[in-house]
Design a protein around this ligand. Structure first.
Ligand SMILES: O=C(O)c1ccccc1N[C@@H]1O[C@H](COP(=O)(O)O)[C@@H](O)[C@H]1O
Length: 208
């Protein structure tokens, strides 16, 4: 299946000016990180940012090995449209979550080799998300992985891990993802950079 239009997710928004930046170029999704990270925000902050966000942009909550109860609580407050699981959540965890929430689930896989793909083949999620493996950080590493490992994947997936203006078009050409998920690559000095967000969205849309 060739993905004709590549969806764009800009992850790790923390400030009102980040919302202004995405409202201008309207990616398909933005991510709020609720896991340990320099990009972590509180549910209250996410709620106020969501209220400033263009209604066409969907919000993704990023969680790492979080309690299902906590995720459901955030879902019930109308803060997020999709749930991204970025830790070691297994098939049983996802089944339990899906029994209690209708929100689409994105399951992240940290890729080292083909065998990492086997483990998620039977997971009941809407999308997979392939990211760079790291034992130091749960996500947002800013580093790429060997994309050829996922070349044969048929299920719709997001590609993440170190994507930026210089490599995103090559990445899309190589693996034809459903969507790309970008965080560090659109930052300067640790914060989202409006010019970089504008540039990467324009590059991807021009290609499509
Ligand atoms: O962005 C974070 O801080 C983060 C923290 C914990 C789990 C996931 C996180 N972000 C996800 O990491 C990838 C790759 O980001 P990058 O472009 O390499 O910086 C992406 O899927 C984010 O959603």
């Amino acid at each position: 299946m060739i993905c004709l239009v590549t969806k764009i997710k800009i992850c790790g928004l923390t400030r009102e000016c980040d919302i202004e930046a995405v409202n201008e170029v309207r990616p398909d999704y933005v991510g709020f990180v609720f896991a340990e990270s320099k990009r972590k925000i509180t549910p209250q902050k996410a709620y106020s940012l969501k209220n400033l966000l263009d209604k066409e942009i969907q919000t993704v909550g990023v969680f790492v090995d979080e309690s299902i109860h906590y995720i459901l609580d955030i879902c019930s407050k109308g803060i997020i449209d999709l749930i991204q699981l970025h830790g070691k959540e297994n098939k049983t965890y996802i089944e339990q979550l899906r029994a209690k929430s209708l929100k689409p689930v994105i399951k992240a896989v940290r890729v080292r080799s083909q065998s990492d793909l086997k483990a998620v083949e039977t997971m009941d999620c809407k999308y997979l998300l392939f990211d760079t493996y790291s034992d130091k950080s749960p996500g947002g590493t800013g580093e790429t992985f060997d994309w050829t490992i996922i070349e044969g994947v048929k299920a719709p997936f997001f590609l993440a891990g170190g994507l930026n203006c210089t490599n995103v078009l090559q990445a899309i050409k190589t693996v034809d993802p459903f969507g790309v998920d970008i965080s560090s690559g659109v930052e300067s000095a640790g914060f989202k950079d409006k010019a970089k967000i504008r540039e990467i969205v324009s590059l991807i849309r021009k290609r499509d």
